[in-house]
Design a protein around this ligand. Structure first.
Ligand code: AHG
Ligand code: MN
Ligand code: MN
Length: 298
């Protein structure tokens, strides 16, 4: 079964939106060879952009901004929301290229997308009507949810997305991904990681959030990019990384937390809002929140 057959017809423009993004993913993929360099610009986080960040961002903005049902676009690579059709129904938030630091060493990177049926993108992740990610690795895969399970497709030799896994559920393996610098970890995070290691969890961290979380979805465990000394909101972005991947893992039976609460309940206050991230199996997330609570009583 192909993506266009799997997406229900009764979702109208949402189906068309997801299919359009799937096509844009192919253009992004085709741009890797010609956009290997580092750009001489920075994004609003002060991070030097790689050419692929800007290429992927341009492909998505140019490909989506004129669709009549798109109300707004918000990109990790832009300082402001791009308001589009005043009659539009959907707001799209995206990290055009996640894992940019891996460009040039040929590890897997991806595009992360969230979709709200609301002209206002500053809504809690739980209000999303859809989310997806495209992974550019040995295979190009696309995983989406519209709230009824998560489903994974592989780009075949004819350029069609062919269903590979339907209704994926977070695995049971013991894997943990410990972001940030160990010497800057806060005590509760150190306690949590040591507890994972004591329980036999294996370290797997590649520097691409979307690829690391994809592994956690398939195999199980937990990915963390925590708050650390001097960075109380961690590194990763609420709108562009946490919410879409959190919405997806939620529909695969997993959870996402900032250590205290479900991230999908956070009402965003600003476009470049960061959030400490713990994302994975329900068991691991409950352990994190338990360790954090203990901290409060110390
Ligand atoms: P992006 O390339 O969109 O800026 O995201 C990079 C993020 C995330 O993908 C990854 O988990 C994290 O940065 C890695 O950060 P460190 O290099 O600090 O480990
Ligand atoms: Mn990213
Ligand atoms: Mn990015």
């Amino acid at each position: 079964m192909f993506l266009n057959e799997h997406l229900p017809d009764d979702t109208g423009d949402l189906k068309e939106l997801i299919l359009t993004i799937s096509r844009l993913g192919k253009s992004i993929k085709d741009g890797f060879l010609l956009n290997q360099g580092v750009a001489d610009t920075q994004n609003m986080y002060g991070e030097t952009q790689v050419e692929m960040d800007k290429w992927a961002d341009k492909v998505l903005v140019d490909g989506l901004r004129n669709l009549p049902f798109v109300a707004s676009l918000s990109s990790e690579e832009r300082d402001d929301v791009i308001y589009c059709s005043k009659d539009g129904r959907y707001s799209v938030t995206f990290d055009p290229l996640d894992g940019s630091s891996l460009m040039g060493i040929n590890l897997t990177v991806g595009t992360i997308v969230g979709i709200f049926e609301n002209p206002d993108p500053f809504r809690p992740g739980s209000e999303m009507v859809g989310a997806m990610y495209i992974l550019y690795g040995p295979l190009t895969t696309l995983t989406y949810t519209i709230g009824k399970g998560i489903h994974e497709f592989v780009l075949d030799k004819d350029g069609n997305y062919l269903l590979q896994h339907e209704n994926l559920i977070v695995g049971e393996s013991k894997i943990y991904a410990p972001g940030a610098l160990r010497k800057e970890w806060l005590p509760f995070h150190t306690r949590f990681i040591e507890r994972m290691e004591k329980e036999g969890y294996k370290l797997r961290f590649c520097g691409s959030f979307v690829a690391d979380v994809h592994q956690i979805i398939h195999k199980g465990g937990v990915f963390t990019y925590p708050a650390s000394i001097g960075k109380d909101q961690g590194k990763l972005r609420l709108l562009f990384e946490a919410n879409p991947m959190g919405f997806i893992i939620h529909h695969a039976g997993g959870s996402i937390s900032n250590g205290d609460m479900d991230i999908l309940k956070i009402i965003p206050e600003k476009l470049d809002q960061r959030v400490p991230i713990y994302i994975g199996g329900k068991k691991e997330i409950s352990i994190v929140e338990e360790e954090k609570k203990k901290e409060a009583s110390l």
